[in-house]
Design a protein around this ligand. Structure first.
Ligand code: NAP
Length: 295
């Protein structure tokens, strides 16, 4: 059976942290500590875990972060006021609103309130618009992390066919734009599939690179791939089991079935996940650098 190379996001993220250290040092020499405000609303257990891993990484990198926790009963206008305060607070170069927000709150309105210059998640319409126009400022962390994994492993997308499954503003849509931009390591022909696509395997079997961002455990198996395809598994799905924790994490790709068919694969965990956090740190450092004109 041919070998499937593991594309370790964990390894790539370590190289990102290493490269950020001198940039952080330069900022600190000017009295600037890159700072991130995290806004967490409600009691979603997965969100709490994500926030904890993000803030832990900021602490490890000796950066500043503060989590602002609000009950699910907070009103939309109260939340918007809080974000406007953070927009004005010079301690914070980045503001992250942990999603999902309670259903009663208009997520788009809240995201639209974040100052685009502090939108290190890259979800503000202005930043998504810039990306679409090929002139990105903050690129959403997960798609940016995927591109970085591909670059690290010298997988050049130029002329390749990329098939993305999923069209969310967080992953699917921005990665479809990034892969098809006319620039180095991109320039792919990108097809985007979603719940309205009739025969997804018809498209994925033509793909050199398949990017699965669906939120359905083990959706992509060997029948979706041509031999030698590169597979990026974005999914992080909790699947209930008998373990002490009561669940385990599974990607959108059936990793066992595609092993030996795919040329390369990102694992779950340890693939795209660590890169999302690394890109959040990088975007926050970048934002702090924008605040100093001569760096
Ligand atoms: P999302 O907002 O729920 O979007 C899912 C997308 O997949 C939608 O476009 C949806 O189509 C499509 N889809 C869902 N079921 C489908 C099906 N049966 N057939 C075809 N298309 C289908 O999810 P997301 O935020 O993009 O996240 C996707 C996955 O990535 C989740 O597992 C999430 O936990 C994970 N994730 C991981 C990271 C990381 O750091 N690794 C970061 C973000 C997200 P429609 O548009 O038609 O509804």
């Amino acid at each position: 059976m041919p070998q499937t190379k593991i594309l370790s996001g964990k390894e790539v993220s370590q190289s990102v942290y290493h490269s950020l250290k001198p940039r952080i040092k330069r900022l600190k020499e000017r009295g600037i500590i890159p700072g991130l405000a995290v806004v967490l609303v409600g009691e979603d257990p997965a969100s709490k875990i994500y926030v904890r891993s993000k803030t832990r990484r900021f602490r490890d990198m000796e950066l500043y972060s503060e989590t602002f926790t609000y009950p699910a009963s907070i009103t939309e206008s109260e939340l918007i006021d809080k974000i406007q305060d953070l927009n004005r607070n010079e301690l914070f170069h980045g503001i992250l609103v942990q999603l999902p927000l309670p259903k009663i709150i208009d997520t788009d309105k809240v995201i639209g309130t974040v100052d685009p210059d502090k939108d290190v998640d890259g979800f503000h319409p202005e930043n998504l618009g810039r990306l679409t126009a090929g002139k990105p400022r903050f690129i959403p962390c997960t798609p940016k992390g995927i591109m970085r994994i591909l670059e690290y492993y010298q997988i050049d997308l130029n002329g390749k066919h990329v098939v993305v499954i999923g069209r969310s503003n967080i992953v699917g849509r921005p990665i479809s734009i990034l892969t098809s931009l006319k620039r180095k390591n991109s320039n792919a022909t990108t097809t985007i599939c979603h719940s309205g696509t009739r025969d997804i395997p018809y498209y994925t079997r033509q793909a050199d690179v398949v990017i699965a961002a669906i939120g359905v455990p083990n959706f992509v198996d060997d029948s979706y791939l041509k031999p030698g395809a590169i597979v990026i598994d974005v999914g992080i799905n909790r699947v209930a089991d008998q373990s002490e924790k009561g669940y385990h994490l599974t990607g959108d790709v059936d990793q066992e079935k595609v092993t030996g068919i795919a040329a390369a694969l990102t694992p779950v965990p340890g693939g795209v996940g660590p890169m999302t956090i690394a890109m959040l740190v990088e975007n926050t450092v970048e934002s702090a650098e924008y605040s100093v004109s001569d760096i």
